[in-house]
Ligand binder design. Structure first.
Ligand code: AMP
Length: 393
């Protein structure tokens, strides 16, 4: 069976086609700069790349071009050859803790959740609507970034603000990157031969989040109602004293939109040293830029604090897992985040940490009670597998 995985974002669509007999990605591509004059649509199949540059006004046209490319590249002979389509959905609110097959009620509920993730859920819904129109006979499945976090207990997902905002507006911690956290936990479980794993997962990319996993289930995560909370990120502040918004807002007469942009787009690594790209920040620090060094120290310090607090709530942690662009590749961030944690039973092997691999790496020392693993994430494959298992053979 072939499953198409779609990530329909606000100005781009990413897609990957999987052959589920052996969980193999056979084609992938994207449609970028939707709504602009020189939009790009691209597919790679069997070593051949087809690219189209033309104005693509909206998602509907973008998805039609994607469908044409799938056929033109011979990745599929007809759209009806697809066994299903798996859609990545950022916000599933409190309603979805599992992947589901899309029907009218599900689409309506995703629409109801738009206020919680305005840019993302609107764009996802566009993707679902167009595909349902184009291939009504092929089942569409939605897989939620929030679903893995549905097991977080209420005392951990509530904010200490008036209760009515939870009841009437769904204000609570939801968490994100769930598909990635789930994927790496399952990979680690297989690798270590432990069925109900106790793990701390670190998805460190431009967006970054951590999850505490006990007996294979998520019990806490660093992102919140939105992806702004928790770790320091490329351009997001992560945790702050919320009162700094009142202070800066009053002092500089900043409105809600300004403050939103300040914390989501102008903060994090970028805010402290001017770049949100970890490779660049490291090269700036190597050349003696003090703010770049400060940003690196802040980034790792925040991770370390979360490791400590998650270790406390898990009890006996089996492993910690690094993933995402930074987690998979950045030897120095891993070393800084794991330094001087021997007192909790975590010891990095600096030589093993210097390896690079596309496979699972074990980088803890022989004596480390908590294993330290690097596992390349694969959210698309996880969505394909969840779609496949829901639709059956
Ligand atoms: P992602 O959002 O998962 O694609 O991750 C993007 C982040 O990973 C950026 O900050 C990159 O600078 C960082 N990154 C990718 N490769 C490396 C590397 N080899 N060393 C350090 N950071 C890296």
């Amino acid at each position: 069976m072939k499953i198409l995985v779609l990530n329909s974002g606000s100005s781009s669509i990413k897609f990957q086609l999987f052959q589920m007999d052996d969980n193999r990605s056979i084609a992938s591509g994207l449609v970028e700069q939707i709504g602009e004059n020189d939009s790009l649509a691209k597919i790679e199949y069997n070593g051949t790349v087809i690219e189209k540059r033309e104005p693509i006004a909206d998602h509907k046209i973008g998805l039609k071009i994607m469908n044409q490319l799938l056929i033109e590249s011979t990745a599929i002979s007809s759209l009806n050859e697809l066994g299903g389509v798996g859609h990545r959905i950022v916000q599933g609110g409190g309603s979805f803790s599992e992947p589901v097959i899309v029907d009218e009620a599900v689409a309506k509920e995703i629409e109801n959740l738009i206020p919680l993730a305005p840019l993302h859920n609107r764009a996802h819904l566009n993707g679902i609507e167009v595909m349902m129109e184009e291939i009504p006979n092929v089942k569409q499945v939605v897989v939620f970034d929030t679903a893995f976090h549905a097991t977080i207990p209420k005392y951990a997902h509530m904010y200490a603000i008036p209760y009515k905002y939870y009841e009437t507006d769904g204000v609570r911690k939801y968490g994100f990157h769930g598909t990635s956290h789930k994927y790496v936990v399952e990979e680690a479980s297989k690798y270590l031969g432990i069925e109900n794993l106790n793990a701390i997962t670190l998805h460190l990319g431009n967006g970054a989040s951590m999850a505490a996993v006990k007996d294979g289930k998520c019990i806490d995560t660093s992102m919140g109602l939105t992806p702004l909370a928790g770790l320091m990120m490329g351009t997001r502040s992560g945790d702050i004293d919320p009162a700094l918004l009142f202070y800066l807002g009053r002092k500089y007469d900043l409105n809600i939109e300004d403050l939103d942009e300040l914390l989501n787009k102008k903060s994090g690594l970028k805010g402290v040293c001017g770049s949100n790209d970890m490779r660049e920040v490291e090269s700036m620090a190597d050349k003696g830029d003090e703010n770049a060094q400060l940003a690196l120290d802040m980034f790792a310090y925040r991770i370390k604090k979360y490791i400590g607090s998650y270790n406390a709530i898990i009890g006996k942690t089996d492993c910690i897992i690094f993933t995402g662009g930074i987690g998979e590749n950045d030897i120095d961030t891993r070393a800084r985040s794991c330094s001087e944690l021997e007192h909790i039973g975590m010891e990095l092997d600096l030589v093993k940490n210097n390896q690079r691999s596309k496979e699972i790496l074990e980088i803890s020392s022989k004596n480390s009670k908590i294993k330290i693993l690097v596992i390349p994430t694969n959210e698309e494959l996880e969505i394909a597998m969840q779609t496949y298992s829901l639709l059956g053979t």
